[in-house]
Ligand binder design. Structure first.
Ligand code: ADP
Length: 378
């Protein structure tokens, strides 16, 4: 009988797991918030991932439950595990991707390099941290942030007053995370796959470029990365995957600092935008690797197929007509670029697709990928 994977969340990450699942003959079902994107292509249902009964009913039909996002509440995850459902990554690991304060505390225990940080519950504590760190810091809501939402650079504690006020109104109370402002020269990402029986595989560390808090481009492997940097990043990724017991794909977002250190920014326990290049640039894509890992199958080779790969996100899309209205021009002008679109309606700033290019000459493929992606913008 075919292996069956259930993915909670019907976004582009679930959608991009479908192609390798089809190739391997793995049945994939999606519990989506709404029809569209992944739900249009895979079996499954539409329902609320915060509702225990809904998620349990979904889980009954599959061999393993995994995720397209990190928002499934711990209580739901723990109920699944108690009912005997295989959940990968499991709740004990996933909590560190759900709550940045928990993550900072655990990474400290593991001895991972990271920015100075503190948990602050009022403006006075934040001001103390600012005073001790040169007057500038980054305040983050521990839960629910993404694409830069829930992250604010502050020079005075008053700039986070609204967030403290919101905490005061929340019956559960809580704290904000504050971090030193890291003067980074660039951002990197290290991906690692780990399966339940322990095998781990590290992808090459990549450089990610963020614009307005959103990933815009990825260069793989990271240019100007010597052996020391590559090894350090891989070691950090593997130590976190093992230390937190991650099963499936892990992405570790890193800062490279002006004094050549790398510090952990945050974690994602699922396929990640920094790994979309692997679809066309690696022997095993991150989406296939995630399926293998959550099914506890032997992992595939994460090596690059070409010296360089670049990924450029298509953000927004054409104001008039769908992405398809630009297919002919993009395909005609850039036949060696691989187009990926997510079946989403264009909207300013929204991730609606990406292009991948691979080859020997980084400058050439960057030019090609940017030019192709630009044909989808207005
Ligand atoms: P999100 O969960 O929204 O992706 P991140 O924690 O990754 O939030 O922060 C978003 C962006 O803010 C980062 O990609 C980085 O550019 C900037 N940033 C985050 N933390 C720091 C920091 N401590 N110092 C400097 N810049 C930071």
């Amino acid at each position: 009988m075919a292996l069956r994977v259930g993915v909670v969340g019907g976004g582009q990450l679930a959608r991009m797991m479908i192609a390798p699942a089809v190739e391997l003959g793995i049945e994939i079902e999606v519990l989506a918030e709404e029809r569209g994107m992944a739900a249009r292509l895979a079996a499954g249902s539409v329902g609320d991932y915060t509702d225990i009964a809904t998620v349990l009913a979904f889980a009954r039909d599959v061999d393993v439950v995994t995720f397209d996002h990190e928002h499934v509440p711990q209580q739901v995850l723990r109920t699944l595990v108690a009912e005997g459902v295989a959940v990968h990554p499991g709740p004990d690991a996933l909590q560190f991707a759900q709550d940045k304060l928990l993550m900072r505390a655990r990474l400290e225990e593991l001895g991972m390099p990271q920015p100075d940080w503190a948990s602050v519950s009022d403006a006075e504590q934040l001001q103390d941290f600012l005073d001790a760190h040169g007057g500038r810091a980054v305040v983050k809501t521990p839960r629910g942030g993404y694409d830069g939402k829930g992250v604010r650079v502050v020079d005075a504690a008053t700039e986070a007053e609204d967030w403290f006020a919101a905490l005061a109104e929340d019956a559960r109370g809580g704290s904000l995370l504050v971090e030193e402002f890291v003067p980074f020269t660039r951002e990197l990402a290290q991906q690692v796959a780990r399966r339940a029986s322990g095998e781990v595989r590290a992808y090459p560390v990549v450089e990610t470029v963020q614009r307005d808090g959103v990933c815009a481009e990825v260069f793989a492997p990271a240019p100007r990365a010597g052996e020391r940097l590559r090894d350090a990043a891989a070691r950090i990724g593997i130590a976190i995957a093992e230390g937190l017991g991650v099963t499936g794909m892990l992405a570790v977002e890193l800062f490279e600092t002006t004094d050549d250190r790398i510090l952990v920014n945050e974690l994602a326990m699922r396929p990640h935008n920094s790994g979309h290049w692997t679809q066309d640039g690696a022997v095993t894509s991150q989406f296939e690797q995630h399926l293998r890992a959550v099914l506890d199958l032997p992992l595939g080779d994460p090596s690059p197929r070409q010296p360089w790969a670049v990924m450029v996100n298509i953000l927004g899309g054409p104001a008039q007509g769908g992405l398809e209205s630009r297919f002919a021009s993009a395909m005609a002008a850039h036949p060696s670029v691989k187009l990926h679109t997510y079946g989403k309606a264009p909207r300013p700033g929204r991730k609606v697709g990406h292009v991948n290019a691979t080859g020997d000459d980084l400058e050439d493929i960057v030019y090609d990928a940017r030019a192709a992606a630009a044909l989808f913008a207005d």
